[in-house]
Design a protein around this ligand. Structure first.
Ligand SMILES: Cc1ncc(COP(=O)(O)O)c(C=O)c1O
Length: 463
């Protein structure tokens, strides 16, 4: 830390926080007896709290966001320069960084062509849902309006995106939700013993076929889109089984169903390719992205579509209702695309996609080595620097460990100065996966430090 804060300043900040801040995802009773954590500064892979304690951040800002690491002056400079030139104009007009960033993005997404700007992942997903609904009205008399989503996936915290949320514990107490959102089964092979009829061989194709079964049950002429994460994030870091995506693509084509890929976590490098879907040869109709797009240096999200989807909203000029009648005020903030441009340049210039692939393999190996030592690790999985370790009470039955014990592991790591994540209050009885998503700049030394902390924590919590 640069020492800009003195003791008095910081205790005033803590008291103001205690008095006025409503922290996300937090039960506040604890702050009557312990101080809320304030993160004061960040550099590279590390952050410092109000006590000056250094932490290595294995989750890129807590929620897989700060892809290029903290303290990037060139992003801050680009944002500053843009803000004094033009900070905002409504998205009904264009902007210089908006156009330039869209061109860069589309260059990384062959087959896609149009960028719609918004300000959060939830919002981008909502825009996608609205497009599906409007297409249903324009083309199918409103009938083909249903949106399929998958068990354990997450698409945001708004009421609309929670209607498409596959995490029952996260959704509990927030209903009723809008209609027309239909759940399909998850594709977590490690838990196939809990799915009726799951085969020993070719699980991936079977899991995709379960989506077809839902489509046939609902009626293909009622289903407009399928919304999926390429690798499920908060639902337990679920990498798709072999054969899954190819079959999903076939099913969408067969029934004329739009494929909406939620890249809010996987997008912009996290898995070692620009987008997670590119790992699996998928051809989406719509792609949403947020967190890593500007690594948290500015709030930006994008909904990217094919020209075919775009054209459905353009051609019918005789109908005054035919275009996408939607706006996101802060989608017109220029800081987002200005930061996005620098963020992407950094990833290219520092060869961070390759680093993510290499370090992702290294971290997977190190976590697997931990699994040899700690029987509580049932499975390690992930892609690139996006990894999870599922903790089980018994390797044979695969019964999950209690969420409280997972919380103790996270707390022990924090005490050691290592910030890791875990599935939490999302899936009833299944919040048992440790989550890792270090910045794409991570080195072997960083990973060794993270894995050593987890090793120590598992030893202390589980013996
Ligand atoms: C896969 C996925 N989609 C969407 C969202 C929602 O993004 P936001 O919190 O920016 O609204 C998240 C947030 O964690 C996410 O993990």
């Amino acid at each position: 830390m640069d020492g800009n804060f003195n003791e008095n300043d910081i205790s005033r900040v803590v008291e103001a926080d205690r008095a006025h801040i409503w922290h996300h995802l937090s039960q506040h009773k604890q702050y009557e007896t312990v101080d809320p954590r304030i993160i004061v500064e960040g550099k590279g892979m590390r952050v410092w709290d109000q006590k000056g304690k250094e932490h290595i951040d294995a989750v890129s800002g807590g929620v897989w966001t700060v892809n290029v690491g903290y303290g990037r002056e060139r992003i801050a400079d680009a944002v500053r320069d843009q803000l004094v030139k033009l900070n905002f104009f409504a998205g009904s007009a264009g902007s210089i960084p908006g156009s330039n960033f869209a061109e860069m993005l589309i260059d990384k997404m062959p087959g896609m062509s149009r960028v719609y700007y918004a300000s959060s992942g939830s919002e981008a997903n909502e825009k996608g849902f609205k497009m599906v609904r409007q297409i249903a009205h324009k083309r199918y008399g409103g009938k083909k309006h249903k949106i399929l989503y998958r068990d354990r996936d997450y698409h945001g915290g708004t009421i609309g995106t929670m209607a498409a949320g596959g995490q029952d514990e996260r959704n509990a107490q927030y209903g009723p939700f809008p209609e027309g959102f239909i759940r399909v089964p998850h594709c977590l092979e490690y838990r196939k013993h809990e799915q009726d009829g799951a085969p020993v061989e070719n699980y991936g194709v079977w899991a995709a076929d379960q989506i077809e079964a839902v489509i046939l049950r609902e009626g293909p002429d009622t289903v407009g889109a399928l919304c999926l994460e390429p690798v499920t994030a908060g639902g337990g870091v679920i990498t798709p089984p072999d054969g899954y995506w190819g079959r999903v693509q076939e099913i969408c084509k067969k029934y004329d169903i739009l494929l909406h890929i939620d890249e809010v976590v996987c997008g912009v490098g996290r898995t070692g390719t620009w987008f997670g879907y590119q790992q699996y040869g998928v051809k989406p109709d719509m792609v949403t992205m947020a967190k890593g797009v500007a690594s948290g240096y500015a709030a930006i999200s994008c909904l990217v579509t094919t020209e075919e989807v775009f054209n459905m909203f353009k051609e019918d000029t005789a109908d005054h209702m035919s275009y996408f009648r939607d706006i996101s005020t802060f989608g017109g903030c220029t800081a987002g695309p200005a930061a996005g441009i620098e963020n992407m340049r950094i990833i290219e210039e520092e060869n961070l996609l390759q680093n993510t692939t290499d370090m992702g393999h290294y971290m997977l190996d190190q976590l697997n080595a931990l699994a040899d030592k700690h029987a509580v690790i049932g499975q390690v999985r992930g892609k690139g620097l996006f990894l999870g370790a599922e903790l089980v009470a018994d390797r044979d039955t695969r019964d999950p460990v209690a969420e409280a014990l997972v919380g103790q592991v996270v707390g022990d790591c924090m005490a050691q100065g290592t910030i890791i994540g875990a599935t939490n209050r999302s899936l009833p009885g299944k919040n048992n996966t440790l989550c890792f998503s270090p910045a794409l700049i991570a080195t072997k030394d960083d990973i060794d430090q993270i894995v050593a902390s987890v090793d120590g924590a598992l030893g202390r919590v589980f013996g």
